[in-house]
Design a protein around this ligand. Structure first.
Ligand code: SF4
Ligand code: SF4
Length: 249
């Protein structure tokens, strides 16, 4: 399986209808002998071709939970959007406790890094009067690099929130507890899956892998009913910075 991109084709399902060709913003798809092939050098992993394919022939790559949990010290980084996949009567603390029950040694909220990054970006913008484009979304960064290189200098010179927290967590666990943790991102988007193998703006990602939200959702949903107040550790309560994921937060 290619490590270069996470949006892939299930060849046997493709009908060659060309819907994805029309929808691709970078003209990365060619239909050859009735099948839609992605030109790797042009794809930015935006997932638009997954959305428009009526035959479900395009899919997003993901690490498998069993493989992740086979690591000695698997750590999960959660995006704020994950909590909103559940009904309002299931608390965020309960969801986090279920992730521990599943086998993760530590669970961290990416929202903490996102809030810190927002503050840092604001400081930077106050000191620099030019116009800038956020560099948090890997699709936007790749799109600019491949299609609009003149805009590269406008990208904010900052890491993405997930890389920021991955670096902090990995170093803290190593330096303070002598733990060689394996870090995995619970990703809501294929482009972030790709950044694990093709880091942007740094030689290597601090992440060891990524798992798609739907893969984990199915696993923890049945566990939620078993979670009691005793399972919820004070130190793992949801931080206030989770509000960063709300409108205007
Ligand atoms: S939209 Fe789906 S079925 Fe149609 S060409 Fe693209 S991958 Fe194949
Ligand atoms: S993921 Fe986006 S850029 Fe890549 S082939 Fe699909 S539509 Fe095109």
């Amino acid at each position: 399986m290619t490590k270069k991109h996470s949006v892939l084709l299930k060849e046997e399902k493709c009908e060659g209808c060309t819907n994805c060709v029309k929808g691709c913003p970078t003209k990365a798809i060619r239909v050859h002998q009735g099948k839609a092939w992605i030109k790797e050098d042009l794809c930015v992993d935006c997932a638009e071709c997954i959305r428009v394919c009526e035959y479900h022939a395009k899919y997003s790559n993901s690490d498998l939970l069993e493989e992740i949990l086979s690591h000695d010290y698997p750590v999960l980084l959660i995006p704020p959007s994950f909590y909103s996949q559940f009904s309002a009567d299931i608390s965020s603390d309960k969801i986090k406790a279920a992730l521990y029950k599943l086998g993760f040694k530590k669970v961290y909220d990416v929202a903490e890094a996102a809030a810190a990054l927002s503050r840092r970006s604001l400081e930077f913008l106050n000191q620099n009067s030019a116009n800038y484009i956020s560099s948090s979304c890997p699709v936007i960064v790749r799109l600019i690099k491949s299609q609009y290189p003149d805009l590269i200098e406008m990208l904010l010179p900052m890491k993405s929130p997930v890389e920021l927290i991955a670096e902090k967590v990995k170093n803290e666990l190593k330096n303070e507890n002598n733990i060689a943790a394996s870090l995995f991102f619970l990703t809501p988007c294929p482009a972030k899956m790709t950044t694990v193998n093709r880091a942007i703006g740094q030689e290597k990602s601090f992440l060891d892998g990524a798992i798609a939200v739907d893969k984990l959702y199915q696993e923890i949903y049945p566990l939620l009913g078993e979670i009691t107040e005793d399972d919820i550790k004070e130190s793992d309560k949801i931080p206030l910075s989770i509000a960063w994921g709300n409108h205007g937060g």
